[in-house]
Design a protein around this ligand. Structure first.
Ligand code: DGY
Length: 336
């Protein structure tokens, strides 16, 4: 009987992460184009006596999954977010949990700006207009949008991705308002050095005074539904809401009404609730005029996703060897 540890990977992933794992372990990769069912992950872990699991944001990893293989030593998320993993249950079972902070910061900030610009300058509508062969002549009032330069950018959560998004405001001469648990004077200083005036304010003031509001908080009990009816009503009627964090941070029904009734101008979403967002979902009736949507591709550049795969592999290796993970979600969640 082979004593080589077995690792189950719930999707084909880019780059050399899986090859690296194959050099040391028996590696089984789900080859479906859609995520495996939770029951399938459980039965695979059980059948393989897996010691390692590489999982995606679309996989729910709860106590039942963690209990499927008695030998499971490490769950390695192919993501920075680990809200899809029951980290308390993993800690109770001494199962290490890895994630991939840092590597996707800049790429995700790029996408926040992509959505911000696309919503402000109506680029998706503009493309559809050309594709529909409606472009018959230059028109002085055609697809007028909002200026980005000199506007005020509100950052909800000045963590690493929020900060990277704020830094990009320098090129547009924007002021930044930010909110979060505490002011971050050192980050304000760094932004000041590149000419961005960043001010800590309460959420209410940020919503009222920002032309663009970009969300960068993790999904926690206290951030679920953070942006609901009351908050959307505080925004100005031409403001743009951008979400590249987690769909559940915004109350989808309230956003739907906000777009319908014009409490805010537009939204740019890379994450949604529900996710995936079906094309016939109520929210989609606002697209593309008031809504730009991308399918949770914040970290999806070739380089970044390949580096995410390497980091996920490194976490598996450490977990199987019983060593401290290079990037432990349990440590970052204060559970070890
Ligand atoms: C993450 O890493 O948490 C992203 O949301 C997945 O792309």
């Amino acid at each position: 009987m082979s004593t080589t540890p077995t690792v189950y990977v719930t999707r084909e992933i880019p780059g050399s992460g899986v090859e690296r794992l194959r050099e040391q372990y028996e590696v089984v990769v789900w080859d479906g184009t859609l995520p495996p069912e939770k029951t399938h992950i459980e039965s695979k872990l059980r059948e393989l006596d897996a010691e390692g699991l590489v999982c995606m944001v679309s996989d729910e990893i709860d106590a039942e999954v963690l209990d499927a293989s008695p030998d499971l030593a490490v769950v390695s998320a192919f993501s920075v977010g680990y809200d899809h993993i029951d980290v308390e249950a993993a800690a109770e079972r001494d199962i290490a949990v890895g994630h991939t902070p840092g590597v996707l910061t800049e790429t995700t900030a790029d996408l926040a700006w992509t959505l911000l610009m696309a919503a402000a300058r109506r680029t998706v509508e503009a493309y559809e207009y050309v594709a529909a062969d409606e472009w018959e002549a230059w028109d002085p009032t055609l697809l007028m949008g909002a200026d980005v330069h000199d506007a005020t950018l509100g950052i909800v959560g000045l963590g690493s991705i929020g900060f990277a998004t704020a830094r990009r405001a320098a090129g547009f001469g924007m002021d930044v308002l930010y909110t979060g648990r505490n002011p971050k004077p050192e980050r304000e200083d760094e932004l000041a050095e590149i000419g961005v005036d960043a001010t800590y304010v309460e959420l209410d003031a940020l919503l009222a005074d920002s032309d663009f509001v970009s969300l960068h908080v993790p999904l926690l009990d206290e951030t679920e539904g953070l942006i609901g009816e009351a908050e959307l009503r505080q925004m100005s009627d031409d403001a743009v809401l951008v979400n590249t964090a987690r769909g559940e941070i915004v109350d989808t029904d309230a956003l739907d009404t906000a777009l319908e009734e014009g409490w805010i101008g537009r939204a740019g979403l890379d994450v949604t609730d529900p996710e995936p967002l079906p094309a016939d979902h109520d929210l989609m009736r606002h697209a593309p005029e008031k809504l730009v949507v991308t399918p949770h591709i914040g970290s999806s550049s070739i380089d970044t996703r390949s580096r995410v795969a390497e980091m996920a592999a490194a976490n598996v290796e450490a977990g199987i060897d019983g060593e401290e993970l290079p990037n432990s979600a349990l440590r970052d969640a204060g559970l070890e």
